[in-house]
Design a protein around this ligand. Structure first.
Ligand code: PGA
Ligand code: ZN
Length: 427
């Protein structure tokens, strides 16, 4: 039973305030959770509450959200069974009362929801993935590592926000991480030799001034070979253009790469050419969050060839996911706990995807803490895919290292699969 809630204003990986929530149970067991924060957020995401006091952190303080945890939320949850995740989360959502969780703040709600799960796991002496997923939780996710950062995550010449390595040829997380880290090191060498910047962006990927998006694809393929791996067979590529960030009123403005304005059909064609030419297995948010027509067109034209993922389009919200299943707008959903605001609603979103035969990719945010909840969560849900940035920066490695620990702990029970096998082709 929950005895007390505490909340602390801490700093995330961008040096911006975020919440750390502690849940303490009556037996004295306690656990904390750190709340992440996005930069390229979807308009329909649950709202993270900020103080808007310009005198502190440019208005980004979270003291009011922390106050809500300590006051109103603590009052409502005292005595609740932390193991009753659905009951805890329902209480949080009802207490907030607003449609987008803006009253108490999705950051406050999620921190409590995650910390409650962790405290409940700790009380039973089980690891978090087993507490949330039971005995069946043995599938480790394929890591998708964002090694080149563009868009809103870096001041680079890349319109595409994320270029991810997918070690599709690996047979375990341990092997996948080795392939990814060696390829990442080869990218650094290549950039260094060319006199390009090797400083990293928000998610640990490099942010070089390459001529354009295709130069980034070429760089990944070259580095893959340099590291001794086969492009396509060992290392595939996943993209997150995060197209909402370059959507204009009358099309898409690929200004950073100087490609210029493209209409929906031209952008779809551009992706088609990339998919033919490079070993791409997944494209997320290839179109803007309001451009359902773009997503439907891409799923129809390229859905057999690549995974079509909705992030800003779906915001981990069962309502939008149901609509996208109906309209065949995607074949997979990106899963971010803080887009919807509680653990139970995130589970509901994943369950809906699974029923439709969709894949799910559990995701970090560009603003992160060293919290490793998503690693356990991906295993608990048997999600099969995770993205947590480059094999660089502590807050990114924390997630991957947690996966390595889970894999070791599961031992012979651990399973690992290539979720992109159906998109494979000789390249
Ligand atoms: P964000 O980006 O965390 O900055 O929103 C991640 C993504 O778009 O997938
Ligand atoms: Zn995205």
């Amino acid at each position: 039973k929950i005895r007390a809630l505490e909340a602390l204003e801490i700093l995330d990986s961008r040096g911006r305030p975020t919440l750390e929530v502690r849940v303490t149970l009556e037996g004295g067991v306690s656990a904390t959770a750190g709340v992440p924060s996005g930069a390229s957020t979807g308009v329909n995401e649950a709202v993270e509450r900020r103080d808007n006091d310009p005198a502190r952190y440019g208005g980004k303080g979270v003291l009011m959200a922390a106050g809500a945890v300590r006051g109103e939320i603590a009052g409502a949850l005292r005595g609740w069974d932390a193991a009753d995740q659905q009951g805890v989360d329902r209480t949080l959502v009802e207490l907030d009362g607003s449609p987008n969780k803006s009253r108490l703040g999705a950051n406050a709600l999620l921190g409590v929801s995650m910390a409650a799960a962790r405290a409940a796991a700790r009380a039973t002496g089980r690891p978090l993935y087993a507490h949330l997923g039971g005995e069946a939780a043995t599938l480790l996710p394929m890591p998708c590592l964002n090694v080149l950062n563009g868009g809103q995550h870096a001041d680079s010449s890349l319109d595409v926000q994320e270029f991810m390595l997918v070690p599709v040829g690996a047979s375990s997380v341990a092997k996948a991480m080795r392939v990814a880290a060696e390829t990442y090191a080869a990218i650094r060498e290549n950039l260094h030799e060319r006199g390009l910047a090797t400083a990293v962006g928000d998610e640990g990927g490099f942010a070089p001034n390459l001529p354009d998006n295709e130069a980034a694809l070429a760089l990944i393929v070259e580095a893959t070979e340099r590291a001794g791996y086969r492009p396509g067979a060992d290392v595939a590529i996943a993209l997150d253009p995060a197209a909402s960030s370059f959507a204009a009123t009358d099309g898409y403005n690929l200004a950073r790469s100087r490609t210029g304005m493209l209409n929906r059909a031209q952008l779809l064609e551009l992706y088609g050419r990339w998919v033919e030419r490079w070993p791409i297995v997944s494209i997320e948010d290839g179109f803007g969050e309001e451009d359902w027509t773009g997503f439907v067109a891409q799923t129809a034209a390229q859905g057999e060839r690549i995974q079509v993922v909705g992030d800003d389009l779906l915001v981990t919200n069962p309502r939008f996911i149901a609509k996208a299943i109906d309209e065949r707008a995607c074949t997979a959903a990106l899963i971010k706990l803080n887009q919807i605001g509680t653990v139970s609603e995130t589970v509901e979103a994943i369950t809906l995807c699974r029923k439709a035969g969709w894949a799910t990719m559990v995701s970090h945010r560009s603003g992160e803490t060293t919290d490793t909840f998503i690693a356990d969560f991906a295993v608990a849900m048997g999600s099969g895919q995770i993205k947590a940035g480059a094999p660089c920066r502590g807050e990114r490695l924390a997630k991957y290292n947690r996966l390595l620990a889970i894999e070791a702990e599961l031992g012979a029970r651990a399973r690992f699969e290539n979720p992109f096998a159906r998109y494979g082709r000789s390249w």
